[in-house]
Design a protein around this ligand. Structure first.
Ligand code: GRG
Length: 283
């Protein structure tokens, strides 16, 4: 399988579904619509919804897409919500994202905050409207809420920001926990949601979660390695903690563990193994 072609096909599928979400959105003010569109269609890799779709299809094939696409789209909208917030002056204060000016720079902070909020709420509307059986749908919504809430991404962001502003020595446990909470659990949840909606067994769901955590840590450490050359911020990254060579060694080990775990769950999860390789090698 050509993984680059696979990712491109899935990215297009997600983009078409996201376009439909915007086309069917009933009459938001033009300013909100323009700002949400700017944030959502600005060149994201769509890795989280692709993982959701890839996991679902590994179990279920291409039938019942209307069960999973609302979850895949909602997950991307939540990711976009987090990036808009992350870039705000009161958070990371970034002027650029994906080589383009950040949302609050093109519009303003008020519009950016409102656009992000509307995207988060839309995600929950989409989840509720999935055609998956109600019990499964509710369990999936509970999972995503746990991962993004006060014990998840929000916690990771707070730890990150508060660690930035203190000039203390980096604490390995804390830096790893920030990566786990800000990034790895959301990646693992994107996979878990695909498995849950496909009605995988409890054993498969928990094994895929564990493999997803390894992939999520690989994703963050690779991000830190790629950012290391340009990073001028006082952020507690895994590269600052382990050094470049140490981080590269850890990346290899996360990739090995993730692939081993995906293969152990079953051969049908081979696309997730190939995506792991792609994440490890991305430039
Ligand atoms: C409740 C979701 C939520 C957020 C509120 C602002 C905030 C708290 C959290 C910030 C989380 C954050 C920005 C984590 C960084 C994760 C990360 C590695 C982002 C880059 O992901 P890519 O490479 O981005 O998938 P693209 O550009 O491809 O979409």
């Amino acid at each position: 399988m050509d993984v680059a072609a696979y990712l491109e096909t899935k990215r297009q599928l997600i983009d078409e579904a996201l376009e439909k979400v915007f086309d069917n959105w009933r009459e938001p003010p033009k300013l909100l619509l323009d700002s949400m569109r700017y944030a959502v269609f600005s060149g994201g890799k769509r890795i989280r919804p692709i993982l959701t779709l890839a996991t679902f299809e590994a179990i279920n094939g291409s039938k019942n897409r209307l069960w999973i696409l609302p979850f895949a789209c909602g997950i991307e909208l939540i990711h976009t919500f987090s990036l808009i917030n992350d870039d705000l002056p009161c958070m990371d204060n970034d002027d650029w994202r994906r080589g383009k000016p950040t949302l609050h720079k093109v519009f303003d902070e008020t519009t950016a905050i409102l656009a992000a909020t509307a995207l988060l709420i839309k995600a929950y509307e989409l989840f509720s409207a999935s055609e998956a059986p109600a019990t499964t749908r509710l369990r999936a919504i509970q999972t995503i809420s746990e991962v993004i809430g006060a014990s998840g991404i929000v916690a990771g962001q707070l730890m990150d920001i508060k660690t930035n502003s203190q000039s203390q020595r980096l604490n390995p446990k804390l830096v790893s926990k920030i990566a786990l909470k800000k990034t790895a659990e959301f990646i693992a949840a994107s996979i878990k949601i695909g498995a849950m909606i496909a009605q995988a067994s409890e054993r498969e769901i928990s094994e895929l979660w564990r493999a997803g955590i390894e992939l999520g840590m690989l994703f963050q450490i690779t991000d830190d390695i790629l950012d290391a050359k340009t990073d001028k911020k006082n952020q507690p990254t895994l590269v600052k903690l382990y050094g470049l060579t140490g981080a590269q060694a850890r990346a290899k080990s996360y990739a090995r563990n993730a692939k081993q775990k995906f293969i152990q769950v079953g051969k049908r999860f081979m696309p997730l193994v190939l995506i792991t390789d792609w994440v490890a090698k991305r430039k």
